[in-house]
Design a protein around this ligand. Structure first.
Ligand SMILES: C[S@@+](CC[C@H](N)C(=O)[O-])C[C@H]1O[C@@H](n2cnc3c(N)ncnc32)[C@H](O)[C@@H]1O
Length: 244
């Protein structure tokens, strides 16, 4: 399955449940933005790529940005719409690779948070997205990425990751490593009137390492302002140069 099919047929329905307390996650994210000095300074336009149900969009809007939130899953965009009522956020059902369509007026911040980057098809696809983001940003604008480091393969029993469970649902993730990609299988058990039922769906993520991404950013002339692991995700803030 493609990543889009996986979200449309499987993960979109349970994504909010999987993430848990929206307000708590949103506040944590907003604190990160504030602590990193990411309040608006110029155009106040922000693009949220792979916005999901809106955690990052809400944080950005609360800091004063006008946000364009792009995602290809309609279910999550509808939830984003509910979660961003009365905030300056507009949702767009589109592929994040179309980022340049949303760059007029130019954004001063582009965020791609929560491992969305690895949902693309290849390292080259990621490079093309970063180039498009760099071309879209104003001078001095910031690109914020967070993604999982899949460079070290998990093996044997380590490949089975308990993601979330409650009285009626159990979600387990299984990872199968290939040379350049990792097959992600989400195994959902749901309690129904007729007992437990199983739903399985797989898709691929790109096996990127933080160094791969740092190199792409450097090739685009972006300066690294932050590169640390936050909540088990490599988190990078890169800044577009100002011409003299
Ligand atoms: C892991 S979720 C992250 C959502 C959100 N940023 C968060 O942290 O909660 C990945 C999101 O990206 C979206 N997505 C993945 N690839 C995409 C693409 N090529 N174009 C648009 N949306 C994409 C999925 O529909 C999903 O909402």
């Amino acid at each position: 399955m493609t990543a889009k099919e996986h979200y449309d047929r499987h993960l979109g329905d349970i994504y909010a449940w999987m993430v848990g307390d929206f307000d708590a996650r949103q506040k944590e994210h907003q604190q990160f933005l504030v602590a990193s000095g990411l309040s608006p300074h110029s155009t106040s336009i922000a693009l949220d790529l792979g916005a999901g149900h809106g955690i990052q969009s809400v944080s950005l809007a609360k800091l004063g940005y006008t946000v364009k939130a792009i995602d290809f899953n309609q279910q999550l965009l509808s939830e984003l719409f509910d979660n961003t009522q009365r905030l300056s956020v507009t949702g767009f059902n589109d592929d994040i690779r179309q980022v340049k369509k949303y760059a007029d007026p130019q954004p001063e911040l582009i965020i791609c948070w929560g491992d969305t980057l690895t949902h693309l098809e290849s390292l080259d696809d990621i490079r093309q997205l970063v180039i498009a983001c760099c071309e879209s940003l104003i001078e001095g604008g910031k690109l914020i990425l967070s993604f999982r480091d899949y460079s070290a393969a998990l093996s044997g029993d380590q490949r089975f990751i308990p993601v979330k469970s409650d009285d009626t649902k159990i979600l387990t993730c299984c990872l199968d490593y290939e040379a350049d990609r990792v097959r992600v299988t989400d195994l959902l058990q749901v309690k129904t009137e007729n007992g437990w039922q199983q739903k399985v769906s797989s898709y691929y993520k790109v096996r990127i390492s933080p160094n791969d991404v740092v190199k792409i950013l450097a090739d685009c002339g972006l300066r690294m302002a932050f590169n640390e692991v936050v909540n088990r995700m490599t988190t990078i803030i890169a800044i577009k140069a100002v011409s003299r």
